[in-house]
Structures are given as C-alpha cells and as structure tokens.
Write a protein that binds this ligand. Sequence first.
Ligand SMILES: NC(=O)C1=CN([C@@H]2O[C@H](COP(=O)(O)OP(=O)(O)OC[C@H]3O[C@@H](n4cnc5c(N)ncnc54)[C@H](O)[C@@H]3O)[C@@H](O)[C@H]2O)[C@@H](O)CC1
Ligand SMILES: Nc1ncnc2c1ncn2[C@@H]1O[C@H](COP(=O)(O)OP(=O)(O)O)[C@@H](O)[C@H]1O
Ligand SMILES: [K+]
Length: 494
Amino acid sequence: MTAHDHRHSLYTVDQVRALDRRAIDELGIPAYELMQRAAAAALVCLRQHWPQARRIAVYCGPGNNGGDGFLLGALAREAGIHAEVFALGESRGDDAIRARREFEHGGGTVVAWNEAVALPPVDVHVDALYGTGLQRALAPEVAALVGRVHATGAPVLALDVPSGVNANTGDVPGEAVQVQVTVTFIAPKRGLYTGLAPGYVGTVQLESLGLPETLWQGARADAELMRPQTLPPRPRQSHKGNNGHVLAIGGDHGTAGAIRLCSEAALRGGAGLVSVATRAEHLIALNSARPELMAHEVNGPQALEALLPRATVLAVGPGLGQGAWGHALWLTALDAQLPLVLDADGLNLLAREPRGFSGPVVMTPHPGEAARLLGCDTRTIAIDRYAAVRELAKRYGAVVVLKGAGSLVADPQGRVAVCRWGNPGMATGGMGDLLTGIVAALMAQGCDAWQAATLGVSLHARAGDLAAKHGGERGLIATDLLEPLRLLLNGRDA
Ligand SMILES: NC(=O)C1=CN([C@@H]2O[C@H](COP(=O)(O)OP(=O)(O)OC[C@H]3O[C@@H](n4cnc5c(N)ncnc54)[C@H](O)[C@@H]3O)[C@@H](O)[C@H]2O)[C@@H](O)CC1
Ligand SMILES: Nc1ncnc2c1ncn2[C@@H]1O[C@H](COP(=O)(O)OP(=O)(O)O)[C@@H](O)[C@H]1O
Ligand SMILES: [K+]
C-alpha cells in the first residue's frame, strides 16, 4: 500500500525504522537532529496539554527513547520548567549518550534510578523509558516504578509509545505506563490503535518532525485508520426492492434476543426488507416488538430453502446454537450461494467444520471465536491481532472483522483497516449481534464485503460513542445504539 495520507496510514515498527533511515540517508537529516526535533515537539505538546506545568519528572531508558527524554529535559530547563531526570540503566548508542551529556552540560543532574529514590512531586511525568525498541515485558524494578508513577495520580506524557506497550502489535506483555497523552514521532505505529494498547495510550498526537510529505510518498504502510463515512443519499425514486433483503437466520430455543437485535439492526442499517428465519416460539414476540420484521417459522432446511429466493444477503449465527437445528440451517445457508455475514455460532460451526465459500463473506469473530477458528488460544490472538486477522481472512477467503477495542478488518489479500472508535460501554451482550445486522444491511444495499465490513464497524462503534456521550458508558445497552446508528448512517452526528 502506498501512503499519501500518512496520518491515516499505520506502520509496523520495521516500516517506521525504514522511514527513519530514509530521513537520515536520503534527506540527510542526522539521527541526532531527529532526536532534537522529537524533544522539541514533545515540549510543545507538553505545554499545549498542561500549560500550567512548572515541574516535571522525566524517566529515561537506555535507548533512543531515553535520548528523547534527556533532550526534553534540557529544553524544559531552558524554558524555565523544573525538570528532574532519572536514568534507568546506562545509555546505549551514540545519540542517547550525547543527549544525556547535553542535558548535563546545560546544568542538569541525572539521578540514577533505584527503588530507594523518592518520586518528586510534579505536575507531569514524562515516560521516556522504552519506545519502539521494547523487546519484552518490563523488568520488575521498572514495573515497580510504573506503579509508583501511577500512584501519584499526576498525568503522564509518553514519548513515542507508552513503555510496556508493544508498538508493533498493541500487545502489553506485562506492566505498562498508562498515559494521558502519547506524542508519537514521524509515523503512527499500528500497535497504538488496537488490542490492549488503547487502555494505555490516551490521546495519540502525531508529530511529523518537519519532514516533507515526500518521505511518506511511496513508503510502505501496513494498515489504514478508518475515516468517518456514510452512504450517499438514496435516489428519490428508490423503492424497497432496491435496498436489498436481509434474511437473518438464528434464534434457537431460548435465544430470541440475539436474532431480534441482529434483524432490528438490519432494519436500522437501511435494508429494504428484513426477514427472520427462526423457531416458531419466537414469532409472536418478534412481530409484536418489531412489526416491520417478517418472521418465519423455520423448523428445518426445507422451510429455509423456501425463503432463500427472495433474500439478497444472509446473516447467519446470532442465537443459532450448535445443535442439529442450527447445524442444518447453517449448511443450507452456506450452500445457498448468497452473500453471507457469519457471526457467533455461525463461526463456531465453521471452526468445527471448516469449509470454503462460493460468494462474498464477512466474518465477525470476537477473539474467542477467532481463537476457535485458528485452533489456538485467545492469548495467541492478543499477541498479534494483525497477524491473526490476516491469517483468518486468508485461510477462509473472507473479509474478517476481529472485534474488540480497536476492531480490525482484513481481506484475503492482506489489506487491513483499523477502527479508532468504540468504548468499553460496548462490552455488553448483544453488541456483536447488532454489528452482524448492520453489515448485512450494508451488503444488501450494494456494498461489497470490504465496504460493508469497514463501514459497518465504523458506524457501529461511532454509534456506541454517540450513545455513551449522552448517557455514559456504564449501563449502555445494545438497543441504545439503534437511534444514533440511524443518524450516523444519514450523515448526521448531532
Ligand atoms: N531513530 C530515529 O530516527 C528516531 C528515534 N527516536 C526515538 O528512538 C526510539 C527507539 O529507540 P531504540 O531503538 O533505541 O529503542 P528504545 O529506546 O525503545 O529501547 C531500546 C533499548 O532498550 C532495551 N530494551 C528493550 N526492551 C527492554 C525491556 N523490556 N527491558 C529492558 N531493556 C529493554 C534494548 O535492548 C535497547 O537497549 C523511538 O521510540 C523514539 O522515541 C526519536 O528520537 C525520533 C527519531
Ligand atoms: N472496550 C471496547 N472498546 C471498543 N469496542 C468494544 C469494546 N468492547 C466491546 N466492543 C465492541 O462491541 C462488540 C461486542 O461484540 P461481541 O463480543 O460479539 O458481543 P455479543 O456476542 O454479546 O454480541 C464488538 O463490535 C466489539 O468490537
Ligand atoms: K516511552
């Protein structure tokens, strides 16, 4: 992928290193000057977020991230801010060593950190321990420092990456610094946006260090950040037959809620018609709750086959179960040669009985389902969500949404888009069922699998944010998203 808009492109750590090298080799900017620019940008960021800050503490690790910290300490002192600088280990590498000397030549004193050192009272802590060079979990003594910094309650600014966060993957293998602001240099690292990282990074501010656009042009990026999108307005002459017909299949005994949420989301996602193939016992409840739904009793494959000719997209899985009924409907749906959205038990059945697809498919696993599909544990998924989602998309020949904080969407060719919206209020039952219905509705309206998945994920997460903005995160429930979803789908976000 070429990256013309580097603010929406996400890079692996190796790709960021390649950009650094090009800045040094092709633009002739010495690495030490990049470090100086990073420190200057960090000071601007610090003052922008905490204009009243008079005292800061900077914790410097042994590498170039620590080098950035020493130079920030020097600049802060020059600007009249009292900076106490702590070193964790000896600086390694010419630039980091030179940065430390520059701080000391300016009159600053570096305190070698040990656990007997008292943390000074400060307005802001600056985390310059580790950046993109983090290789493993923080050592116990560093983790102890992190705990003490957190306990002060004062805000933290991270230089480049919060220490302990793997900037390449978003994994956090042990302790990590939880910060209010991460000022990241040169390019957005893909790991800051997904998995455990969103719990640590706070606001991510990109500083391009005055490097020209040409640096990013032609440079490889690994993924893209989703941008807010909607669908174009409907043609005035539109009729329900133009807007697709979603058939939602599921709702075994005792699981009516999942299929109702999915089908209602398909209606609010703009599908022209929404039918439900479910157990007889759910029909009255579905019809009385949502008379716009066409609910059908389906007791086996034949009854489902009768509904297929009118459907444009099948949403398969919410509340489907993995019993004989669910399995038989699942097989019929997968053989129907219609576009599919597969979720929940639709995915669990696929993990049990792997197979290919004949038409376009979007799969929407959460990490637990993803682990079943890949035959691994959820920890393996968390270690590298980018690798997991790409492997799923490739293995199943489908567009795959790997849900959870910083949802990822991948296609079988390896393209990946990252969702930067959503909130922990959405960690509640039924949210995934909505997503299935939304993605199906978008496919029914003519989006291809990639468009439906990326637009669906972004609308769902933004609807979650809008709902949480009005009522808060705790107590947010899936149906709260339906009205904001409709607003966002129509390009309104008030
Ligand atoms: N090269 C460049 O062009 C620029 C680099 N910059 C800074 O340089 C950083 C990268 O510097 P480095 O590559 O030196 O990497 P780091 O400073 O992140 O850390 C590398 C050092 O830490 C050690 N280490 C890693 N994980 C450890 C752990 N868990 N426990 C103990 N030791 C560990 C490594 O062995 C190595 O000595 C960036 O994040 C950024 O802050 C900026 O100055 C901007 C420009
Ligand atoms: N902390 C979070 N941040 C952002 N989005 C979240 C968070 N927790 C859950 N979500 C989103 O909510 C949805 C939950 O889906 P899922 O786990 O399938 O729930 P369910 O099976 O109950 O419907 C996913 O789209 C997921 O990305
Ligand atoms: K850091």
